[in-house]
Design a protein around this ligand. Structure first.
Ligand code: ATP
Length: 360
């Protein structure tokens, strides 16, 4: 049986706004699940309904198979780490971490043991006497996580816990959160709008948009088998390129290149006159002419050297496309460039529903 079950969960705010629609998900014990999506898609609302901080308008939330909609946050045995870490400024790191246990009246010795263990996991042992203002952003965030994990609850809920950190600290803390999860084995639900965080941390990702779940899957599944145009464009950096067109004579036009869809679609005739979206990832192309590929000519507009690879912005007719190439192969700007898109790397989507087409 799943540890947590969300069955057709809906949130309608008092002002009538329907923020979450029929959210279905089963979470196993120990899983690390990430909710990802653009701002306003309903990630935090869903997390807050799981935490018991927000009423569930419709649907069932079960813990170990038992309905928990009406349970308060404490009874649900969840601990939440928020975006703003809200430490007590006049308490030392030790007291901040110990606070929840002190409130519960836990024995001093036990508190000390647990604080020391938590501090060790988080690399805070040398900072226990400091006040929060004397800590870096990353250290403060670790204290906030410490306050949550010391409680030994069933589920950790984290709402954009890294968003106040700079880029370097985010990478370090991301690694640490993964380590903490490995060490504690705690079921974790993590909200972010950052697809890199989602991809690197998650066992499974839930992609949301406008209050609707778009797809649920492992990072691998979302990258290689996106269900629709939105997921394909959201997962991957730079995003997938899309060529939109109407099928004519079994092809769509990409600049002046005719993309013959019979390489991808067995029933290409059935698509005649219908809108289609042709997608390929920037990193999936090969430079020059290759067999078994769509061969495309364009003009290089701009190159961005990023270290081991270079983003190449290229105009194909009036469509702008991004390619990702080995930086040793960085092309000249304002020069023509030929590249190949292997047939096997092409995704086709129904232009009306935006859903992926079986292809192959
Ligand atoms: P962000 O990444 O910006 O935090 P999110 O995906 O977490 O976004 P939510 O905070 O869950 O989004 O909000 C989802 C939608 O519900 C938004 O359109 C938001 O404006 C709306 N919303 C949130 N709280 C309320 C409220 N109390 N009353 C009415 N609408 C609300």
């Amino acid at each position: 049986m799943a540890y947590l079950t969300l069955r057709k969960i809906n949130k309608i705010y008092p002002n009538g706004f329907h923020a979450v629609h029929n959210f279905d998900l089963e979470i196993e014990k120990g899983e690390f699940v990430v909710f990802v999506g653009p701002s306003g898609c309903g990630k935090s609302t869903t997390l807050r309904m799981i935490a018991g901080l927000e009423d569930i308008s419709n649907g069932d939330f079960l813990i170990n198979g038992v309905r928990a909609n009406e349970k308060g946050p404490r009874e649900r045995e969840v601990a939440m780490v928020f975006q703003s870490y809200a430490l007590y400024p006049n308490m030392s790191v030790y007291d901040n971490i110990a606070f929840g246990l002190t409130l519960q009246g836990v024995d001093e010795d036990v508190i000390e043991q647990r604080v020391m263990k938590t501090a060790k996991i988080l690399g805070l042992t040398d900072y226990l006497d400091r006040m929060p203002r004397a800590l870096s952003g990353g250290q403060r965030q670790r204290v906030a996580i410490g306050r949550a994990i010391i409680r030994k609850v069933g589920v950790f809920l984290m709402d954009e816990p890294l968003s106040n950190l700079d880029a370097k600290q985010r990478v370090t803390m991301r690694y640490e959160i993964a380590q903490i999860h490995r060490e504690t084995g705690a079921t974790t639900i993590y909200v972010t709008h950052d697809q890199t965080e989602a991809m690197t941390l998650a066992d499974r990702i839930v992609v949301m948009k406008d209050g609707y779940v778009q797809q649920i899957g492992t990072p691998y599944e979302l990258y290689y088998k996106p269900a629709n145009v939105f997921v394909a464009g959201f997962i991957g950096e730079p995003p997938m390129n899309f060529v939109r067109g109407t099928v004519q004579d079994g092809a769509v036009m990409f600049g002046d290149v005719k993309l013959d869809l019979s390489h991808k679609l067995k029933d290409v005739a059935a698509w005649e006159g219908k809108p289609i979206v042709f997608g390929f990832r920037p990193e999936a192309i090969k430079l020059g002419e290759q067999a078994g590929s769509y061969v495309v000519n364009g003009m290089v507009e701009l190159t961005e050297m990023l270290g081991d690879n270079t983003n190449v912005y290229i105009n194909v007719g009036d469509a702008q496309t991004i390619l990702k190439v080995d930086s040793h192969d960085t092309p000249e700007m304002n020069e023509p460039l030929t590249f190949s898109i292997p047939y096997s790397e092409v995704y086709l989507f129904d232009g009306e529903t935006e859903m992926v087409i079986g292809g192959e």
